[in-house]
Design a protein around this ligand. Structure first.
Ligand SMILES: Nc1nc2c(ncn2[C@@H]2O[C@H](COP(=O)(O)OP(=O)(O)OP(=O)(O)O)[C@@H](O)[C@H]2O)c(=O)[nH]1
Ligand SMILES: [Mg+2]
Length: 194
């Protein structure tokens, strides 16, 4: 999709603040610093619209981005960031769970993992949890510019094995916000699901 118009319409911490116009939504989840906001920027063809940072924990609310008046991207706070207090981590957990389990407009979740590493316990729990709720999942292995193409097959099987990936119900894509690798494929998946 060629994106011309994007607007950050809401920074929500609870359901009463979600947009009410019923447009389909695609949410982005993953560890802090994995590259969720960067992926959002790549898809909407902006440099730093969704604010990114080399410091983890940048995104702290559910941020709804209206894309072309057609759908919302929902940028979700990252999990697994040790320096966030336990109370705050629990609050994030409640906020994310409330959104994922109750949101009728949610058409699919893009679950980001780091292409270079085996998924963390949190990545595995997130995948299992989304799968349990029958939410369409696209696992995006990002920062793929940091590994050579020759390592893609191996990295993909390591990630899928650790996640207990269901090839029938979920999809997988390498991605890079640096090189834009995988951008069209991610858009294609989104368009098929909204
Ligand atoms: N090389 C490379 N760096 C990336 C890529 N995607 C993100 N980064 C870098 O990783 C860091 C974190 O990116 P963000 O997009 O802010 O990560 P986030 O998942 O939104 O982080 P939180 O908001 O803290 O949860 C930044 O320094 C980005 O420049 C990528 O595909 N390749
Ligand atoms: Mg972010």
């Amino acid at each position: 999709m060629d994106v011309h118009n994007v607007e950050m319409v809401m920074s929500a911490v609870s359901a009463s603040q979600y947009p009410t116009d019923g447009k389909p939504e695609i949410a982005l989840v993953g560890r802090s610093n994995v590259g969720k906001s960067s992926l959002t920027n790549t898809l909407i063809q902006r440099k730093n619209f969704a604010r990114t940072s080399s410091q983890p924990g940048k995104t702290q609310t559910l941020n709804f981005y209206d894309v072309e008046d057609k759908l919302y991207f929902v940028d979700v706070p990252g999990y697994g960031y040790a320096k966030v207090s336990k109370a705050q981590r629990e609050a994030f957990g409640v906020m994310i769970e409330e959104y994922i389990t109750s949101r009728k407009q949610l058409r699919g979740v893009i679950s980001l993992v780091d292409a270079r590493h085996e998924p963390s316990e949190d990545d595995i729990s997130m995948y299992e949890w989304l799968h349990y709720y029958n939410i369409p999942i696209l696992v995006v292995a990002t920062k793929s510019d940091k590994i050579s193409r020759g390592k893609f097959n191996k990295a993909e099987s390591v990630i899928k094995k650790a996640l207990g990936f269901d090839n029938e119900d979920s999809d997988f894509q390498f991605f890079s916000s640096e090189t834009k690798y995988g951008k069209d494929e991610v858009w294609h998946w989104i368009e098929q699901h909204i």
